[in-house]
Design a protein around this ligand. Structure first.
Ligand code: 5GP
Length: 127
């Protein structure tokens, strides 16, 4: 069920549990502001999720409530992950689903990072 992207943060959502180490993940990066790990159902040869450490549901929630340091730190982390994975030269795509219309399923803000092949045209909508 897609989440609405607003409302109260669910402290037991799957990414909160990954952050606490209660559920295993294949981490590729971590710093004070963010962690990154492989998506469990990759949609490209390389599909990594970057999430802030703070409890934010969506981009709307993150940009409304996070500190300047958290916002800057998070987006720097996205760049660092891509660099660490050697994606800068071949290129990559980032994507964030926000709320119901975008089909956001996990109610903890995250950026998808795709790479490892020609990604084709940007997808706006299906059906
Ligand atoms: P959304 O649709 O919310 O933008 O993306 C959620 C993503 O989280 C999906 O790509 C899905 O495959 C991934 N995901 C869901 N549960 C888990 C999990 O337990 N571990 C990992 N590594 N990824 C997950």
């Amino acid at each position: 069920m897609p989440v609405k992207g607003l409302g109260a943060y669910d402290t037991n959502n799957i990414f909160a549990r990954i952050l606490r180490g209660e559920i295993p993940s294949r981490r590729v990066y971590e710093d004070d502001f963010a962690i990154a790990f492989h998506d469990i159902a990759p949609q490209a040869p390389l599909h990594v999720l970057v999430i802030p450490r703070g409890p934010y549901i969506s981009l709307a929630d993150f940009t409304a409530k996070a500190s300047e340091a958290e916002i800057a730190g998070f987006f720097r982390a996205v760049g660092s992950v891509a660099k660490q994975l050697d994606l800068e030269t071949p290129g990559y795509r980032i994507l964030a689903n926000m709320g119901e219309d975008a089909g956001q399923e996990v109610p903890h803000f995250h950026v998808h990072l795709f790479g490892g092949k020609r990604l084709g045209a940007m997808l706006v909508a299906q059906g």
